[in-house]
Design a protein around this ligand. Structure first.
Ligand code: SF4
Length: 434
């Protein structure tokens, strides 16, 4: 095999940069593993380590700062047969640290090379997540206040199955990288090096100095016994294959003529717990049974059983490009919270709009036609008001007919729920226009 280094783009690091040695070493590793460039993806981060993907005749992906592991994970899941090697600096580790934790927990078969030179070299030598507190950097004194990140201890704590901390200048560095790439799981290699362009201009750092620093820390040299487990991708595919296939959505067959050839817009204004959203879904299903296009847009707070619940539906013979409603054909007011949330809307309603108002729910003054219905007086529970109001709508021949609504209920509900819903929409009395 020949070198995978890109002759048209030789490495462009400052003289003496440790990245140069890793570039050459990685090429030797690929060579020793007899890997074809077409079977490798170099995923790089931002910074000087982000140049790596351009130096090799392999597949490449260069993305946002700190996020390289996210793309790499997607790539490896989609193309498990490829060898994925990620290069990030210590800067990227600080920026996207949560992605390192996720990758360690997940254990996908890929390798992260952290090219750790204790500063943001490319942008001028600012302090990074691994800068020692006693270092001089180009960004003031903040590194004196923060504890440097121990990449390997964090990786082990997060579940990394293979972790190495080493110097760029180790004589067996090619072997170290090869073993990490060959490991069947997520491997992290924290490779300490020298950035002569920035860091060692302000700080005395030699290869011997790196060895001394490393000797004062917990050594990491490969497989982490307590984190050994199955590789994520293989396990994922196995479990996914055992899942029951998701059935296709039921087809809705148009059986009825629509009430109108015009687009109809309906807004349900209620309170949480009134099953407003379910009723909106029924209305859409009713429209589908008349061959109409339908959209539903919901608005509710994060709380349950408290606050407004609003559903906006459009039924139209034409395609619906935008789901917003500006001139509703029907507004159904069932709860004070929903009405309060849209109170400004009422001033813009005109005679073309019908407001179905549940007795006991106040609405702001407006020019719309008002149709009042006493749902409480008819004995309906609050949870049935939204469905009952659809029964009123259907009986009035507004937006849908009773057959359309009953077909929607039959499509959406089964058994006792279906029988109960049909009883509600058949029993409700339509109220009166005022
Ligand atoms: S700035 Fe530092 S890391 Fe970047 S190329 Fe120069 S020596 Fe290497």
């Amino acid at each position: 095999m020949v070198s995978l280094l890109n002759a048209a783009r030789p490495p462009v690091f400052c003289p003496g940069c440790s990245h140069e040695r890793i570039t050459q070493t990685l090429d030797k590793t690929f060579h020793a593993m007899n890997l074809d460039g077409n079977r490798i993806v170099m995923v790089s981060d931002i910074g000087c380590s982000g140049l790596f993907d351009t130096f090799f005749n392999t597949h490449a992906l260069h993305g946002l700062h700190g996020r390289a592991l996210t793309y790499a994970a997607g790539l490896k899941l989609a193309r498990p047969e490829l060898t994925v090697v990620v290069t990030m600096g210590d800067g990227g580790q600080g920026i996207g640290g949560a992605h390192l934790l996720a990758a360690c927990r997940r254990n996908l078969d890929m390798t992260l090379l952290v090219l750790n030179n204790f500063n943001f070299g490319m942008t001028g030598g600012q302090y990074s997540a691994t800068t020692p507190p006693d270092a001089e950097v180009g960004s003031g004194f903040l590194n004196r206040l923060e504890r440097p990140l121990d990449v390997c201890s964090v990786a082990r704590a997060a579940g990394a199955a293979y972790v190495v901390r080493c110097s760029t200048y180790r004589s067996d560095i090619a072997d170290v990288i090869r073993k990490a790439v060959e490991f069947k799981g997520f491997s992290v290699v924290d490779i300490w090096g020298i950035c002569p362009g920035r860091f060692s201009k302000r700080n005395r750092l030699t290869t011997k100095g790196i060895e001394e620093m490393l000797s004062r820390l917990t050594p990491f040299e490969g497989e982490v016994a307590e984190n050994q487990r199955r590789e994520f991708g293989t396990h994922y595919r196995e479990l996914a294959a055992a899942q029951k296939p998701v059935p296709p959505p039921p087809a809705v067959i148009a059986q009825f003529d629509p009430v109108s050839a015009e687009r109809q817009e309906v807004i349900l204004l209620g309170s949480a717990g009134q099953r407003i959203i379910t009723a909106g879904e029924m209305l859409c299903l009713a429209g589908l049974h008349a061959g109409l296009n339908a959209t539903q847009k919901n608005d509710y707070d994060i709380t349950v059983l408290r606050g407004p619940s609003i559903s906006e539906m459009i039924l139209s013979p034409q395609a619906i490009d935008y789901t917003g409603i500006s001139q509703p054909s029907v507004v159904i007011a069932l709860g004070p919270e929903g009405v309060a949330r849209r109170k400004k809307m009422f001033a813009g309603l005109d005679e073309t709009c019908t407001v179905i108002q549940a007795v006991g729910v106040d609405i702001p003054a407006c020019r719309a036609r008002i149709h009042r219905v006493d749902l409480k007086g008819q004995g309906f529970k609050g949870t049935d008001w939204a469905l009952a109001s659809l029964g009123v709508l259907a009986q009035l021949g507004l937006v849908m007919r009773p057959q359309m609504l009953e077909a929607a209920i039959a499509a959406r509900l089964k058994g006792d729920s279906q029988a109960g819903a049909l009883e509600v929409v058949r029993k409700v009395k339509p109220g009166e226009s005022i």
